[in-house]
Design a protein around this ligand. Structure first.
Ligand SMILES: [Zn+2]
Length: 283
């Protein structure tokens, strides 16, 4: 593929949920973890170096509590020209909070990030794809608070909803509209596979992931990929969880770097805010 062919194609969006290895949803009240066990910053440094080596600009969904506890992480990311978006404050499932709690989390995170980097986030991703079922309050609050896009709806069974569209779409509410930028999945006769991120990104063969990116390109849609800092830290600590919860949260201890490098080698990157700015809205 020549570079001019590459620029004609929709981009790949690398997104990173900035949280630590102990930020696992749905396990009750989290136990405090000693500061010398925190690994986010070291892993973000690794991710930034990798992205730099391919001149890739990515979108980092920051957890407000991480930004607050380690105030040099967001400025370090922003200084490299990446986008900072919001992942909420406490990593609580949206399905476990009410509208006021969500608004508070959003505002608190926004204030922390604005103070640290001088720019407010315009994109949001819910912890563990926890979009409130059959309700539009999350979207309405995001619109009210000036967000341009959301990336919380995963078209997967169990963790999301397989019936959701695979490509970007406009969500219309009584308060206005929001662009939804869903993560990539691979549709098969067995259902949609989680090739766009998490354990699936590290588990499925790179050929299948590349073929899926090309399929999105043929549909003129961006391929949105997601990783967590702990996925570049295969020897790092893990919470002791029941086997299924542990697999869903951590997958195997395989490093995400080789797969990510192979994609970065081939495809043009863009941030979600750039994609949102150029995506035609339907009203
Ligand atoms: Zn998360």
């Amino acid at each position: 593929m020549t570079p001019s062919d590459a620029t004609a194609l929709p981009p790949v969006a690398i997104t990173i949920d900035v949280e630590d290895w102990f930020h696992v949803c749905g396990i009750g009240v989290p136990q405090p973890v000693a500061r010398n066990m925190w690994r986010t910053k070291a892993n973000i440094i690794k991710i930034l170096a990798l992205l730099d080596s391919y001149q890739c600009k990515a979108t980092f969904f920051m957890l407000g509590s991480v930004a607050e506890s380690e105030p040099d992480i967001a400025p370090m990311i922003a200084a490299k020209g990446h986008e900072i978006a919001s992942h909420g404050y406490s990593h609580t499932l949206l399905t476990d909070m009410d509208q006021n709690a969500f608004r508070d989390e959003l505002m608190r995170t926004e204030q922390i990030l604005t103070k640290q980097i001088g720019v407010r986030p315009i994109g949001f991703r819910a912890p563990q794809w926890s979009v409130p079922y059959n309700s539009t309050w999350m979207d309405e609050i995001l619109i009210e608070c000036g967000y341009h896009y959301d990336s919380s709806r995963n078209p997967l069974p169990f963790v999301g909803d397989s019936s959701l569209p695979l490509h970007p779409y406009t969500i219309t509410t009584s308060r206005g509209t929001l662009l939804e930028l869903p993560p990539m999945v691979t549709p098969t006769i067995f259902g949609n596979l989680p090739t766009g991120g998490g354990w699936g990104f590290r588990f499925f063969p790179i050929k299948l992931i590349e073929a899926t990116v090309r399929k999105y390109h043929r549909a003129k849609a961006p391929a949105v990929l997601y990783i967590h800092p702990r996925e570049l830290d295969p020897d790092g600590p893990r919470l002791k969880l029941p086997p299924l919860k542990s697999f869903v949260s951590y997958g195997s201890r395989k490093d995400a770097v080789p797969q990510l490098s192979m994609l970065l080698e081939q495809f043009r990157c863009s941030t979600l805010s750039e994609i949102a700015a150029s995506w035609p809205r339907t009203y």
